[in-house]
Design a protein around this ligand. Sequence first.
Ligand SMILES: N[C@@H](CCC(=O)N[C@@H](CS)C(=O)NCC(=O)O)C(=O)O
Length: 207
Amino acid sequence: MILVGQYDSPYTRRVAISLKVLGIAYEHDTRSVFGDFDSMRTTNPLGRIPSLILDSGDVLIDSAAILDHIDEIVGPERALLPPSGKPRRDALQRIALANGAVDKIGGGVNYETLIRPKQYRWPDWIERCKTQGLGALAALDALAWPQDGIDQAQITTACAFDYIQVTNPDMAPAGRYPRLAALTDRLRRRAEFRETSFSDYAVPKAD
Ligand SMILES: N[C@@H](CCC(=O)N[C@@H](CS)C(=O)NCC(=O)O)C(=O)O
């Protein structure tokens, strides 16, 4: 199978890390959503990442749908999401908050400030997105997190927090989110996180 998307996308990265944790081999297609837009649209009509191209040629889009398929392949004993009940609801709630933080800070604040020309920006909207994203981080930081092991809620949350720390360090200063920092620091040491590191990522500057 082929995973399409670069690791500076936390949605792509959570898929990559899940594949690695579960020992599923993949090729990596590093086309860019912005630089290779027309080509990307031939893989995913939305022109977004991640996509997973299966050996059958079928293309899965959206990280949640891709991860659902991966969990199905490995079966309930090894799946990264709990199968049912409160454990599943709690995990999905954490994942919604983590992905929501990235939607609002990455897709909201960063796209609005880095892509939209200055004269067309709406500061109140950017501030609203920031409030929403930081609200999600605060809610995640108020939760207790495991000190060991790995599952989808941990992977997704650490990918989200790592992304925000790299791209928006002012929003995640040292000490503000101690539980998220501890979770992310622990997982960053794992091979799956190191192999998908995007520490060489150059944060674009808003004009
Ligand atoms: N809900 C989607 C979100 C994917 C997403 O927003 N990906 C970003 C990259 S981080 C993207 O493709 N952005 C380009 C665009 O939306 O035009 C998922 O979980 O896969």
